[in-house]
Design a binder for this molecule. Structure first.
Ligand code: ADP
Ligand code: NI
Length: 215
């Protein structure tokens, strides 16, 4: 079976929807959808292999998080099987799988190719701004964490994966990760969009602390 690019995208949308429909840790289908949309916006200003970036965006969180701790390569393997079944060129499939392995913040790596850099930016944008705030509190609730506790100060982590083990209140997550993302964008468009979302988060925090103290 050999598909054209539109068919590849549509088929992959259906595949991801089915796999991630009831995911509640912030990696559901709609996260994949938004990262794909962000990727398409960034692609307008970059010279890249669009289909590689779009499919990598759709598939970047395909790994079932129940298995994630045990096996970090499962996402790339699921994506590989899916794309090979669709008859996609082997070298492109390989490239997409490499991107999936390297985009996560917790890996602390920057993908080598422009397509990987675009998807990483697109993924990071979805952890920022209004959506990023919603995701942070949804995740904190899922983990049973406090929203905020003035007695627990944010921490600076020596390595990027360390924050995953942190069970600090959700507001601390802004200082431990979300506010750091603006300076880690790879592309110009990503940087510009991150700037807006960053400002929005700062404004949000200002209101949050004012309201906390009854102001
Ligand atoms: P990535 O997709 O880069 O691997 P994560 O899996 O770390 O990102 O995070 C997924 C979502 O959950 C993000 O929006 C992130 O900000 C949020 N999140 C992760 N850790 C925390 C935390 N300790 N508190 C609140 N939100 C978190
Ligand atoms: Ni993601």
């Amino acid at each position: 079976m050999k598909m054209n690019n539109t068919e590849l995208v549509n088929n992959t949308i259906e595949f991801v929807k089915e796999k991630l429909s009831f995911e509640s840790t912030g990696h559901d289908w709609w996260h994949a959808y938004r990262v794909w949309k962000n990727t398409r916006v960034i692609l307008q200003n970059e010279i890249a292999d669009n289909i590689v970036a779009e499919l990598a965006a759709l598939l970047h969180d395909i790994a079932d998080h129940k298995f994630y701790d045990a096996d970090h390569t499962i996402g790339a393997r699921v994506a590989n099987d899916h794309l090979m079944k669709l008859g996609m060129q082997k070298n492109k499939v390989h490239h997409i799988c490499k991107i999936i392995e390297s985009v996560s913040f917790s890996t602390g790596t920057v993908p080598r190719t422009v397509e990987g850099k675009i998807v990483q930016d697109a993924d990071r944008l979805d952890a920022m701004g209004a959506i990023g705030i919603a995701r942070a509190f949804a995740y904190g609730g899922f983990k049973g964490r406090e929203m905020y506790n003035p007695d627990i100060k944010p921490r600076v982590f020596a390595n990027p994966g360390e924050y995953l083990k942190s069970d600090s209140p959700t507001i601390n997550h802004f200082y431990e990760k979300l506010l750091l993302l603006k300076d880690r964008m790879n592309t110009k468009t990503g940087q510009k969009l991150a700037e807006e979302r960053h400002k929005y988060m700062l404004k949000y925090l200002e209101h949050f602390f004012n309201e906390w103290d009854g102001k």
